[in-house]
Design a protein around this ligand. Structure first.
Ligand SMILES: [Ca+2]
Ligand SMILES: [Ca+2]
Ligand SMILES: [Ca+2]
Length: 319
């Protein structure tokens, strides 16, 4: 009987589960990354190109005008005001001090200025090594497509995946370069450009934006004001291709075995206080280790965590 239930679940969960993605930043199971998370090692440092979109693409007329493009650089303030508005289908390309690289877990995160967990404005995300050939991270939307989401209409975070803007201000949407590991024309160890393209929320086929499966993305529309479209606060780097920093970290850093781990980890040769935080910055563990102790992590949800000790910190993968 139990076996039958397991087989049933294995067959049907993936189907029913398709449209349920990670929930809002205040809900367990979220993938949101807090702007102060210790996973963040750097922020976008330059604006390469910027092309503002109309306040309302169906009318034409004034371009969105709120904010300066430099508001997208550096630390995300997590406020409503320190942002640049893209307008309908507006685009911005940002550069970095060091390339972003594909390493374990999410590699970068994008911050928007949403004032609530369910007023969401989205953007497509593309990456490039050479600044010419951009690859879009494949997105999915399970938002209904029959009734237009109004100007201040609501959307749940769990209805989209791989669209920037799914979290409230102060919390970034993570992106994993692993999702485009089959793509040609980009070097995933050396991503120098991130392009953010506003999603036009209209469900009118002549103006709308589509996810990777060809579903039109239904999001607040029209937003015919100076802050129309996606409002970019910042782009955080999580995995950076910075050889010198990597070496320094190697010399001073602690070692953990096994990593990844399902049950327990040993912080090699370490005794003293340690903490573990999830990728959203939430503390999940704080204790004192004695030398060669096996630390039980079996109770943690699967995913990436930051282990911090007095001798440095390291990412730990819980399987
Ligand atoms: Ca990755
Ligand atoms: Ca806006
Ligand atoms: Ca900002």
């Amino acid at each position: 009987m139990i076996k039958n239930i397991l087989i049933f679940s294995a067959l049907f969960l993936p189907i029913f589960g398709l449209s349920q993605f990670a929930p809002a930043a205040n809900v367990s199971g979220t993938t949101a990354i807090h702007k102060d998370s210790s996973a963040i090692v750097n922020w976008a440092t330059k604006v390469n190109t910027f092309s503002r979109g109309f306040e309302d693409v169906a009318i034409g007329g004034p371009l969105a005008s709120y904010g300066d493009s430099t508001a997208a650089l550096g630390y995300a303030e997590g406020t409503s005001t320190e942002v640049v508005s893209l307008g309908d289908a507006g685009e911005i390309v940002l550069g970095f001090q060091y390339p972003i690289k594909n390493d374990s877990g999410p590699d970068f995160a994008i911050f928007e200025n949403s004032f609530s967990h369910d007023y969401l404005e989205f953007a497509h995300v593309e990456v490039s090594t050479d600044g010419l050939n951009f690859i879009r991270i494949p997105s999915e939307s399970s938002i209904q497509t029959t009734s237009q989401t109004g100007t201040f209409g609501t959307t749940l975070a769990e209805w989209t995946h791989n669209l920037a803007g799914k979290y409230i201000q102060g919390y970034g949407t993570p992106f994993d370069l692993e999702d485009i590991s089959d793509s040609l024309g980009v070097n995933l160890d050396s991503i120098n450009y991130v392009k953010i393209v506003d999603v036009v929320g209209s469900i009118d086929l002549s103006y709308g934006s589509f996810d990777a499966l060809g579903t039109i993305i239904n999001e607040p529309y029209p937003s015919a004001f100076e802050s129309g479209g996606f409002d970019l606060d910042g782009v955080a780097v999580i995995n950076e291709n910075n050889v010198s920093a990597g070496l320094q970290k190697e010399q001073s850093s602690i070692k953990v075995y096994p990593n990844p781990s399902q049950e327990g980890i040993n912080i090699v040769g370490y005794s003293g206080i340690y903490q573990m935080h999830d990728m959203s910055g939430r503390k999940v563990l704080e204790r004192t280790a004695y030398k060669n102790e096996i630390i039980d992590i079996s109770f943690l949800e699967s995913g990436m965590y930051i282990l911090t000790t007095s001798k440095g910190s390291i990412k730990v993968q819980k399987n």
